[in-house]
Every structure is written in C-alpha cells, then in structure tokens.
Design a protein around this ligand. Structure first.
Ligand SMILES: *Cc1c(COP(=O)(O)O)cnc(C)c1O
Length: 467
C-alpha cells in the first residue's frame, strides 16, 4: 500500500491508469501489436461460439480487485475469447448481412479510439463532424437528395429507423396542428411484410400502430398496395417505410410508385436501405432505386455493404430542420450548444456519440469512391454467378433471381432440421457460416455476399455440401 500523502512516493494510486509508466508502454505495445497482427493477417480463421460453461472454464476470474495485468488479459482475449467470436470479415461468412471492413477503415478505427473525439457537438468535435458530414453529403448526392440534406451517423439501422420515424411523427403532428386538423387517437406507420424487424420494434417503442401491406407478385412493395391504406387511414398514417434491399431476399421495393403517392397524400417517405442502398452507388443498378430522390429520410449501414467496421448507420434527412426539432435535447447545461454549425446529437436518439463515421471517411478519402463501386459490384457479380450455379443443380431451387447480392434458395426435400444440422456442421467444420431462414413459412437458406473476397469458388465448396 502506498501512502496517498507521501510525495516522495513515485506512484499515485489515483492516476496510475493514466500515466506513462514503463508497464503502460508495454501494455500499449501489446495491444497495438495484437491489433496489427489481426488487421494484416490474411488467413483469419472463421471461428465459432463456445457454450457458456466452456467459457467459464477457459476464461475464469478476469475481474478482480487488483487486476490481472494486461499480459494475462490480452492473452485471454487472443487465446480464448477472440476464437469464440465468429470472424465477420471471413470470406465464408455469408449469413445474415456480413461485414467486411476495408483495411483503411479498420486501421482508422484505432485512431478514432486513440483520439477521444466527442462526436455529439460542433463545439467539441467540429473537425470530426465536418469530415463525417462530407461523407453524408456525398451519399446524399449519390442518392439524389438536395444539397440541403443532412444527418448523422447512428449506431445501427435499428436506431436509425427509430430516429427517422420519431422525426416523421413529430413533423406530422406539427403539420396537423398548423393546419388546425384533429390529431388521430392512434398514429400508424405503413410498411411491407418484408420490412426489417426493427421497423416493428420502433413502432412498438413509439406506441404507434404498424400496418403491414402485402407485396406485389414479385415480392416488392408498390404504390398500389399503399394507396388504399392511405385512403382508408387518412391522417392516422404519418410514415410509409419502403425497403431498398430487403434483408432476407435482397429485393428493392418500387420506390418510385410509392413516392408518386405524395402527389395526393401527405406522408413522410422513409427508405430503409441499411443493407441495399450501397448498391445505388452502381450506375448500372441506379434505376432500381428510382424514386429514392423523393425520400424524406433514408438509412444505409456502412457496417454492412460500405466496408466500415461496427457500428455505423448513415441516417440522412431531406430537411434536417424537421429532425432537429424532434430530436434536440433541452437543458440548461446544453443551451451553450445552440446556434452552433451542426450538432450531430440533434438528429437522432442519442447525445454522447463516437465519431463513428470517421473510419468510413478515412477509407473513402484513401481509396476514392471508385474503389467502393468496384467492391460493391463484385458482390453483385458473385451473387449472380452463384445463382447460375444454383440453377444448374437439380437438388437446389432459387427463391427468386438475385436483385442485389442475396441469393436465397431451397434444398429440395429438406425440412428446417435438415437446414439447421447442415448449417451447424458447416460451422463446426469451419467450411462456412450460413444459417437457415424462411420464406412464406417454408425453410430456405441464403448467401448474403458483401465481402468482395467471397468468391464463387468458396461458395461452390459450400454448395457441394448440400448434395
Ligand atoms: C440490418 C438491417 C437493419 C438493422 O440494422 P442494424 O444495424 O442491425 O441495427 C434495418 N433494416 C434493414 C433492411 C437491414 O438489413
């Protein structure tokens, strides 16, 4: 024990976590070393989860009064904890929506961490906020939104969708009040059966109704399904959510036919493109997203198909002022921030925020938008090549032709248990991470191709295990 008032004592207990003692330098080297190895390692294992009792056995007692020291802690991470996490960036990770951060974005994530940037306000983080906004402005331009569009990088699509819907509801209520119209007892958001689960979750949190519409025969939401709902529910509907790249099948709703309804109805048009909007950067696919330019808000997750690390969702509003009115937190201690150039915390459900758009900014600045188009295009090409393989195999059947980079298909004769045990075996044998899904109540499976290094050869190897 050191005496706190002993000035001759070299070590101050209260500051020992913040000082540059020699063991601190060794700790930093250890951590940077590990990060560097993981970042440049080209043959990362896929890895797999361990049961809780195994982890309890292999990694016991890390949290103690005195600490176990950085050496033991990082070796516990490297040898036990990290291998118990599936490598999302592995080319054989094809489940859900993968993530495949660019080398520059991962490297810069370390810089963001080292820099202690507060990304919530201009006062504290103007340089970072400026750079993030450069990225949002580029995306807004690509998506056809006006120059005045703007937004914020949120934690993920779930919070992005919630924030957009809260802004939509606020704008709707203000418009009703301004027009002297009565406020309906219960408000509603319209979306399709294929909308992401986070839309229903947001409606739940907001205590608003959710009206799900059937899709057209191609599996997309179109204006003809939305129009009668707008007729029937009138002022109760404050928002229509379209999906640009559904999570399960990768289909893009018919945005233009929904946007066209704005001529006759007042509603906020939100486009959930968490996964798929990245493909709007491809000129050859741009017409699939016609109507996007009429969106009042949209999201796209850089941690999905824009090659950024977890976690980041770009949330962009056509008229950011409407979002600011809904989201600005008010308190005496925050008044000093008012009137600054751009406070990101005013545009979503958050206050303190990591400048989580910076890894994408650095990577875009480093490689240029063209590199992104090339990498996204590779995913689309691979998905089409894999769809051809599925066509060729008689035991397999496509659910639909891939539109972006999801290939959804059936193994004829398999029930859900068959898919599950196949999926378990794939991971067990480290051949791939592909999980069962369902479509219209029947089991299917799917590859979501995001990683440009997920080659048709790798996927052929996985298809071979379904014979
Ligand atoms: C992934 C996804 C979301 C949710 O995003 P998170 O970042 O996981 O919260 C929302 N919508 C769509 C279409 C998605 O694919």
């Amino acid at each position: 024990m050191s005496a706190p008032h002993d000035r001759t004592h070299a070590r101050d207990d209260a500051t020992r976590m913040h000082e540059l003692a020699p063991e601190m330098m060794a700790m930093v080297d250890r951590v940077i070393d590990y990060s560097r190895r993981r970042l440049i390692f080209d043959d990362v294992p896929l890895d797999k989860p361990l049961p809780l009792r195994e982890l309890r056995r292999l990694a016991p007692g890390s949290i103690t009064e005195e600490g176990i020291g950085s050496q033991r802690a990082i070796s516990m991470f490297e040898n036990v904890l990290a291998p118990a996490c599936v490598s999302i960036d592995h080319p054989s990770y094809l489940a859900f929506i993968p993530s495949a951060p660019s080398k520059a974005s991962i490297a810069f994530d370390l810089v963001v961490s080292a820099s202690s940037v507060y990304g919530g306000s201009w006062l504290e983080g103007s340089g970072a906020v400026y750079a993030e906004n450069e990225v949002l402005a580029m995306l807004a331009r690509e998506f056809g939104l006006p120059e005045s569009a703007g937004g914020v990088f949120m934690q993920g699509g779930t919070i992005g969708n919630l924030s957009a819907l809260v802004a939509a509801r606020d704008a709707h209520r203000r418009a009703l009040t301004a027009a002297g119209r009565p406020h309906p007892a219960r408000l509603a958001v319209v979306c399709s059966e294929e909308s992401h689960s986070s839309v229903a979750s947001a409606a739940d949190i907001m205590d608003v109704e959710i009206i799900t519409t059937p899709m057209d025969e191609t599996g997309r939401l179109g204006g003809e399904a939305v129009a009668p709902i707008l007729e029937e529910h009138g002022d109760a509907v404050f928002c229509v959510v379209a999906t640009a790249g559904s999570t399960n099948l990768g289909l893009v709703d018919r945005l233009d036919s929904i946007a066209a309804l704005k001529d006759r109805h007042d509603f906020w048009f939100h486009v959930d493109g968490a996964y798929g909007l990245a493909a709007a950067l491809l000129p050859e696919l741009r017409d699939r997203f016609a109507g996007l330019e009429h969106a009042d808000s949209l999201i796209v997750d850089p941690h999905k198909w824009l090659f950024a690390p977890f976690d980041a969702c770009a949330l962009i509003y056509r008229d950011p002022e409407l979002a600011r009115r809904a989201h600005t937190q008010r308190a005496g201690y925050l008044d000093t921030l008012e009137g600054d150039d751009w406070n990101p915390s005013d545009y979503g459900v958050q206050l303190t925020r990591r400048a989580r758009g910076l890894p994408l900014w650095f990577s875009l600045a480093t490689y240029g938008i063209g590199a992104y188009r090339d990498a996204i295009r590779r995913g689309v090409e691979t998905a089409h090549a894999v769809a051809d393989l599925v066509h060729e195999r008689e035991e397999l059947e496509l659910v639909c032709e891939p539109e972006l980079s999801v290939v959804a298909f059936r193994r004829l004769g398999w029930d859900l248990d068959d898919y599950q045990s196949w999926s378990d075996r794939l991971l067990d044998e480290q051949l791939g991470f592909v999980t069962p899904s369902s479509h219209r109540g029947a089991p299917i499976t799917r590859f979501a191709v995001v990683n440009p290094r997920s080659t048709p050869e790798i996927i052929t190897g996985i298809l071979d295990t379904m014979r």
